[in-house]
Ligand binder design. Structure first.
Ligand code: TXA
Ligand code: MG
Length: 348
């Protein structure tokens, strides 16, 4: 398959992409969080192509993207008052809500579940594509299953060229990590995946919110409620280890990373460090990737997936990263980083 590659600024691009979606094809497009790989959500055959292109396990459900809040009532039952409050507060934006699905949503889109994940993205290209095509777009992140999510069109091309019909280039995304997922099927809203919309932001709107136990204790024997959260994910090819200080001893972290780098380099391995802007001058290593500033963790969110891909580009065998758990996005960033590291963490 020849993949069409067009800029989102090209007026024809949206029209052409809309026609592809209407005909059951696959289009990758930018959203404010990460790039999505879209197909007609109500067409089970089209949705099946997403799984094939990504190599995605078929029990991992897709998020349905809409461009109008009222679409929720077409797709889902029991849209609670709290769900409406969240939709009003955060849509369009990086929040996905889970509700009981109506029959028009095929099981092929929901991975066999009786619930459906719905999100109204804020990216103008995503919104105009949904509107122009007139279809609800099922879209997971546009990466090969297991790889870091794509935050620019080049990342999508790396993974999907020749496997999908079209890629719309909308430049680098703004947020860089996937939407917050909140299960609204129970009495108390439950976060299934942390994201840019934090627990505090949700609680300010709807009161108490819980977090899926499997997210809080990833080592424990809890099964995540979002099927996708159980898979190894976002992982670079090299072995990633996070080095953290429980006592906030920054010097201890730097010393430990420097000594690990020395040990692996001496053994002939290619080593990389993922550093904060603040610490980047304090390491001895030929590959230092600066994730962003500890005091502005949105910069870290925006860069982290690109850096994990760069580690692959330079064929890093071992990667050592600082922890980025201090700011408002700490739980969202660490959720991704720990999964990429297979939960490998050294406390100093
Ligand atoms: O920001 C995002 O959400 C991006 C952009 C493209 O919108 N999409 C995204 O999709 O991250 P994906 O497929 O990579 O992640 C969707 C997650 C998976 O962990 C999946 O298991 C979970 O949402 N999910 C989808 N439907 C669900 C449902 N009905 N119940 C529980 N979890 C669900
Ligand atoms: Mg994904």
């Amino acid at each position: 398959m020849k993949t069409i590659f067009k800029s989102g600024e090209n007026a024809d691009a949206i029209k052409q992409a809309a026609a592809i979606l209407q005909n059951g094809g696959l289009v990758a497009f930018p959203t404010e969080t990460v790039y999505g790989l879209g197909a007609d959500a109500l067409n089970a055959e089209a949705a099946a192509k997403i799984y094939a292109a990504k190599g995605r396990p078929s029990d991992n459900p897709l998020i349905v993207h809409i461009a109008d809040k009222n679409a929720v009532y077409e797709l889902a039952y029991n849209v609670s008052e709290k769900a409406v409050m969240l939709m009003e507060a955060f849509w369009p934006g990086p929040l996905t809500i889970i509700l009981p699905k109506k029959n028009i949503v095929p099981y092929g889109t929901t991975g066999g579940l009786n619930t459906v994940a719905i999100r109204m993205p804020s990216h103008p290209v995503a919104l105009s594509l949904i509107k122009e095509s007139g279809v609800y777009i099922a879209a997971p992140s546009a990466n090969t299953s297991g790889r870091p999510s794509p935050t620019n069109a080049e990342h999508v091309k790396e993974d999907m060229d020749g496997r999908i019909d079209m890629i719309i280039d909308g430049g680098a995304v703004g947020i860089g990590i996937e939407s917050t997922i909140v299960d609204m099927t129970g009495e108390i809203p439950t976060i299934l995946r942390p994201g840019f919309v934090t627990k505090k932001m949700l609680e300010d709107i709807v009161g108490p919110v819980t977090t899926d136990k499997a997210i809080v204790c990833p080592d424990a024997a809890y099964k995540p409620k979002a099927p996708g959260m159980k898979y190894t994910h976002y992982a670079p090819k090299g072995e990633l280890t996070i080095v953290e200080s429980i006592t906030n001893d920054n010097t201890a972290v730097i010393d430990k990373i420097n000594s690990l780098v020395k040990e692996k380099t001496n053994a002939g391995h290619n080593v990389a460090i993922i550093s904060s802007e603040e610490n980047s001058g304090k390491y001895n290593c030929k590959n230092i990737f600066i994730a962003g500033s500890v005091s502005k963790d949105e910069t870290v969110a925006a860069r982290i997936y690109g850096i994990l891909r760069q580690c692959d580009d330079i064929s890093a065998d071992f990667i050592f990263s600082e922890a980025f758990d201090k700011g408002a996005l700490g739980s969202a960033i660490m959720n991704r980083l720990l999964k990429a590291a297979g939960q490998r963490i050294i406390n100093v």
